[in-house]
Ligand binder design. Structure first.
Ligand code: UN1
Length: 479
């Protein structure tokens, strides 16, 4: 029996009614620890604690809040190597990716430590003489933060830091697959001196803990990142009780490669965007839309590159791609590879289950060619190291394919043409556009979010996060 990691509710570490082991996807025999599983009663207790703590936290000193967030950021950065290792061990992204993500989480806390002090309002004259108008922002109250497994520390950071910065109290429900980083981050918040009830951790199943958060009238807002189907289910329930919501869901992000592209740049963007972090990013470039004149050279160079990538234990030096996160995701990836073949796409490389020194969920990066934008592999989010190449006649056809999707998170183009880059920037139907850069891997101080079925509600990150985590008040004052 390994150490039991408990939930944190109302200022106490409390065991759940059950616990589950956290396993390493690079090596299923490696158990990282046992983590409590909350039930609905514990979720309720966390919500009640957050509700009780809300007024004092909202009215408290912004200097204290800033100091606390800064302290958390400093601690994360000081421990980035250990946290990165834990992250890679429980999620399966490579160690440099894990350490990079932990670093990002530290920077996010530092950023919001500053933002606490910059929450400005507006003072305007009224249309009625002698009256003043003020527009200010207030915290929304208790927020439920539900985070996915693919960014076990950065996404919790980019929801928790602004939630606290803008004066809300938090009930945090991390993904069931990656409680390790969530627990470590919670411990850092506790050691930094977060007041009792202001921050609560409830690990457990979405169907139990997530459900309790979404349905509770005392939870003013839900910020969720995860699958489209869960996001849609949350939306239905949250709307029923008029809760505020911020949903980040899937993507089927296009990366266009034009004839005039620099080939190494195109390959680099495609490989990073489609396969790094094992392709398990909602920002992944899963549709590579390639103009006819460069198509064959691009496919040849991609295949060469993929052959050279090392798929292995996430913690091993030199690994380029770690394992898939768990058996059900692996099964989904393999199912889509079969679907692609059945639809008539050609598997140019990869898609094979690999054996390595340890028992992990290894899959070689899969590249389909001869795909059309109508195929399921081009329309549905796979969330694995699987991408397809769609040939386009020219820029106009490539843009039409890029926009012909239910999703709209990000969209990329590789080109040396200013004309096409500028046109694409304006006409891509996505929340984020990348030119000569991978679609995945974003900054933390600017808005993150998409359009269409990818996102719902206000943007995350940067100062735009205030949109979700605060409510605007308009005051009229007569002398
Ligand atoms: C990134 O690409 O740097 O779940 C971030 C996801 C996104 C975050 C992507 N919400 O993949």
């Amino acid at each position: 029996m390994t150490e039991l990691h408990r939930n944190y509710i109302g200022g106490e570490w409390v065991a759940g009614p059950s616990a589950s082991p956290n396993r390493n996807p690079s090596n299923v025999d490696d158990v990282i620890g046992d983590y409590s599983q909350a039930d609905a009663t514990q979720a309720k207790a966390a919500i009640a604690a957050a509700k009780a703590a809300a007024p004092a936290w909202a009215a408290g000193s912004i200097q204290d809040r800033s100091i606390l967030l800064d302290r958390v950021g400093t601690e994360i950065l000081a421990r980035k190597d250990d946290l990165g290792r834990l992250l890679s061990r429980e999620e399966g992204k490579t160690l440099p990716e894990g350490v990079g993500e932990a670093t990002r989480a530290g920077h996010i806390f530092k950023f919001y430590a500053g933002e606490v002090l910059r929450l400005a309002g507006e003072k305007l004259p009224s249309v009625r003489p002698g009256i003043d108008v003020e527009v200010t922002r207030e915290p929304i109250g208790v927020v439920g933060l539900i985070t996915p497994w693919n960014f076990p520390i950065a996404i919790p950071a980019w929801k928790i830091a602004p939630a606290l910065a803008y004066g809300n109290t938090v009930v945090f429900k991390p993904a069931d697959l990656v409680p390790g980083c969530a627990w470590a981050l919670s411990e850092i918040l506790v050691k930094a001196g977060i007041p009792k009830g202001v921050f609560n951790l409830v690990m457990g199943r979405g169907s139990v803990v997530g459900e309790a958060l979404v349905n509770d009238p005392d939870v003013a807002g839900i910020s969720f990142t995860g699958s489209v189907s869960t996001g849609r289910a949350i939306a239905g329930k949250a709307v029923g009780r008029m809760a505020k919501m911020q949903l980040e869901m899937g993507g089927k992000n296009p990366l266009i490669v034009l004839d005039d592209a620099d080939l190494p740049t195109a390959v680099n963007c495609a490989v990073q965007g489609a396969y790094f972090s094992t392709g398990q990013r909602c920002t992944a470039s899963s549709r590579l839309i390639v103009a006819a004149g460069i198509h064959d050279r691009f496919v040849a160079a991609m295949t060469e590159k993929l052959k050279a990538l090392k798929v292995d234990d996430a913690l091993a030096a030199g690994t380029d791609i770690g394992p898939v996160v768990d058996p059900s995701q692996l099964e989904q990836d393999q199912r889509y590879i079969e679907i692609g073949k059945g639809e008539g796409a050609a598997l140019a490389w990869g898609g094979e289950r690999l054996k390595r020194g340890s028992d992990g969920y290894y899959l070689s990066p899969a590249l389909f060619t001869n795909a059309t934008n109508a195929m399921r592999i081009a329309r549905e989010e796979i969330f694995g190291p699987v991408a397809c190449v769609i040939r386009a006649k020219d820029y106009d056809e490539a843009l039409a394919f890029a926009n012909d999707t239910e999703f709209g998170l990000c969209a990329g183009i590789v080109t040396t043409s200013l004309k096409h880059a500028s046109h694409f920037k304006r006409n891509a139907q996505a929340g984020m556009v990348m030119v000569n850069l991978p679609t995945a891997g974003v900054d933390y101080h600017v808005p993150f979010g998409g359009r269409k079925a990818s996102s719902y509600g206000p943007r995350e990150q940067g100062r735009y996060a205030a949109e979700f985590f605060t409510s605007v008040k308009t005051a009229y004052i007569a002398p």
